[in-house]
Design a protein around this ligand. Structure first.
Ligand code: G3H
Ligand code: 13P
Ligand code: NA
Ligand code: ZN
Length: 328
């Protein structure tokens, strides 16, 4: 059944676990997430970006989730809008059946330029008022996602064209977080604590102190009833990076957020952990490997199955590592 983000994360907070929130764009991703959840008895957060709706088409995306509810009746599912750029995007998602929306007012509607605090409060409050009246949960974002190591917001090719962010912008301020939650009433808050989107997060192997754990503690202490969200939480598995490059790919050397660091965050109040890049890498690596090793195959179900299995393994490992296994 579909449930709201608030329902699920309240349970996660009571029981002390974290929820991976996986991005989905197609049937194979939905299958992999749901198969993993079924294997370990975990609830699920499936999130869809504006890009996902553009890729699949709104009715297809909606019906993929309807199908998941029907095919996996024992698994509670939150259907979450990832990075809504403006209130209208969130309202369309609610019409489409989403049980949770993210209003990302940390950026202007172009999703590139950092916004003012007042703008962020205004758009987020607008979304919360309507969403709550409909039983839909809201995630806001305060601070600019970016690596504390590189100062970069992170992007597809690692070129960092957006320019360096200052140390101040890279860490959410606890007092501002408290004020923001008071003014907007959000259920969950994405915070900037040193992570960035995409595959190019860190240029060196992480040494165990790449997240601002102290900052997580301070924010959690100020807003204990608001669930903390960590974006940019892919671990960038080195084995998949190798496989991609061994079978014709050309990705640069890069590192992500170690699972142990995420577990440390969960101990201190992080409840929703956004993961997209890891599934993209596993899927691409598995397809490259399968096709290279099976040059005579041309039934797409075979290489799509390899992709689904690879993504499922990642999902299952995260459900287990974050403590969500057994909580469905
Ligand atoms: O934060 C962004 C997510 O990884 C979704 O990416 O906009 O390319 O679908 P997308
Ligand atoms: P990754 O790029 O680290 O997977 O982060 C995804 C994300 O934060 C989606 O909102
Ligand atoms: Na989100
Ligand atoms: Zn994100």
């Amino acid at each position: 059944a579909l449930i709201s983000l608030r329902q699920l994360l309240d349970h996660a907070a009571e029981q002390g676990y974290g929820m991976p929130a996986f991005n989905a764009n197609n049937m194979e991703q939905v299958h992999s997430i749901m198969d993993a959840a079924r294997a370990v008895d975990s609830p699920v957060i499936i999130q869809a970006s504006a890009g996902a709706r553009k890729y699949a088409g709104e009715p297809f995306l909606r019906h993929l989730i309807v199908a998941a509810v029907e095919q996996y009746p024992e698994i509670p599912i939150v259907l979450h809008q990832d990075h809504g750029s403006e209130p209208a995007v969130c309202f369309r998602s609610i019409q489409s059946g989403f049980t949770s929306v993210m209003m990302d007012g940390s950026l202007q509607a172009d999703m590139k330029t950092p916004s003012t605090y007042d703008y962020n409060v205004e758009v987020t409050r607008k979304v919360t008022e309507l969403s709550h009246a409909l039983g839909v949960s809201v995630e806001g974002e305060l601070g600019c996602l970016g690596s504390l190591e590189t100062g970069m917001a992170g992007e597809e090719d690692g070129s960092g064209a957006e320019g360096k962010l200052s140390h101040d912008q890279l860490l959410t301020d606890p007092e501002e977080a408290a004020d923001f939650v008071k003014k907007t009433g959000v259920d969950a808050l994405a915070i900037a604590i040193g992570t960035s989107h995409g595959a190019y997060k860190f240029t060196r192997p992480p040494t165990g102190d790449i997240l601002a754990i102290q900052r997580i503690k301070e924010i959690h202490a100020r807003i204990p009833n608001t669930h903390l969200v960590m974006h940019g939480s892919s671990s960038v598995p080195q084995e998949w990076l190798q496989i991609i490059n061994n079978y014709g790919g050309d990705l640069g050397q890069t590192w992500g957020v170690p699972v142990e660091e995420i577990q440390e965050g969960i101990k201190h109040g992080v409840r929703k952990v956004n993961i997209d890049t890891d599934l993209r890498m596993a899927s691409t690596g598995a397809v490259r490997k399968f096709l290279a090793e099976n040059p005579k195959d041309f039934d797409p179900r075979k290489w799509l199955k390899a992709s689904t299995q690879a993504m499922k393994d990642i999902c299952q490992a995260r459900f287990e590592a974050f403590g969500a296994a057994g909580q469905a």
